[in-house]
Design a protein around this ligand. Structure first.
Ligand code: PBG
Length: 324
């Protein structure tokens, strides 16, 4: 039956009926807030390209995360900046490395926090690449060994979940095996499965001090022109033992989220990355957009596309917005 019998505007008449039939609801429980941690005490360095975000020493991170959890955001994603970098990233994989230390402090001081740790080498290598360099390229098979060692060090410190972001082949399987053998079979893996070689990571590389010193990441991160390969990446990670698959960035890749959602029966995370965050902040600073409405709309669109979990630098702001 068509117009005038059917009038689609009838169910948009007021806020109550609009809310009653809404399909998508972003909850604070769905969000993960990323943080950058570095050595020292009482350090809080602003990240200029990401207003409101900082590199923090462990003591100040603990205070910050207490506040975050009190606002209802229980889950964080940690990135570490080490005192000294090395050629392979092995500096990240010791009991006294920055992330294991931060995990232990947070677990001791903050009740209820759920800690996800990013597993990659780019923050830890002198050259800023995600692994061991052989012939000017990141060598896959030696790199997955360093990543597995990192995952074990984080698990040993008490991490709740690990999130490999390197895009090496076979890293999920290698990490699963290593963690299982070491007795950490309960620690889930959230794999950055469909991670694209993206200009949206620009501000993050300032934050994590992880810009590659030569070349780029396009021999391992995915080509933005492609979509089919995302399904193979997700399939491979699921077969190797990933518990959650991630799509990254989020907004320019909503089609990928939806394709993975329609193909696999597994929770999906989407990473609303630094560049996506900073664009909103920059436009808001200029007074060109309504930041709060835009944040709600962006997070809603990512959920509507099929994401169960959203990693976003807006997590804390969003929690404040819904409390108001
Ligand atoms: C790699 C990593 C990156 C991001 C998360 N993990 C950067 C990269 O691949 O260069 C980007 C996150 C963001 O832009 O917010 N460890």
């Amino acid at each position: 039956m068509n117009f005038p019998t059917t009038r689609l505007r009838r169910l948009r008449g007021n806020a109550t009926i609009r809310k009653m039939i809404s399909e998508t609801d972003v909850k604070v429980d769905d969000l993960i807030m990323p943080y950058f941690v570095l050595p020292g005490e009482n350090v809080k360095n602003p990240i200029h390209s990401m207003p409101g975000n900082y590199q923090r020493s462990i003591d100040l991170l603990v205070e910050e995360v207490k506040e975050l959890v009190s606002l209802g955001v229980k889950s964080i994603l940690l990135f570490g900046i080490p005192e000294q970098k090395d050629q392979t990233g092995e500096v990240a994989a010791h009991d006294d490395a920055i992330i294991p230390k931060a995990i232990r402090a947070l677990k001791k001081e903050v009740e209820e926090v759920y800690i996800v740790a990013d597993v990659c080498n780019c923050e830890y290598t002198t050259h800023g690449h995600c692994g061991t360099i052989v012939d000017k390229d990141v060598e896959n098979d030696s790199t997955i060994e360093t990543l597995a060692a990192q995952a074990i060090a984080f698990a040993k410190a008490g991490v709740d979940m690990v999130a490999p972001s390197d895009m090496m082949d076979g890293r999920v399987g290698r990490m699963r095996k290593a963690m299982d053998e070491a007795g950490y079979y309960k620690v889930p893996i959230m794999s950055y499965s469909a991670k694209y070689a993206s200009a949206f990571y620009g501000p993050f590389r300032e934050a994590a001090e992880s810009a590659p010193q030569f070349g780029d990441r396009s021999t391992h991160q995915m080509n933005p022109e492609n979509s089919d390969i995302a399904l193979r990446e997700a399939d491979q990670d699921i077969n190797e033992g990933a518990d959650i698959v991630m799509v990254k960035p989020a907004l320019s890749y909503l089609d990928i989220i939806r394709r993975i959602k329609d193909t696999f029966n597994i929770p999906i995370a989407a990473y609303h990355v630094s560049g996506e965050f900073s664009m909103v902040k920059a436009a808001a600073e200029k007074g060109w957009i309504d930041e709060e409405r835009l944040v709600r709309e962006i997070l809603t669109s990512i959920k509507r596309a099929g994401a169960d979990i959203i990693i976003t630098y807006f997590a804390k702001d969003f929690a404040r917005m819904v409390k108001k």
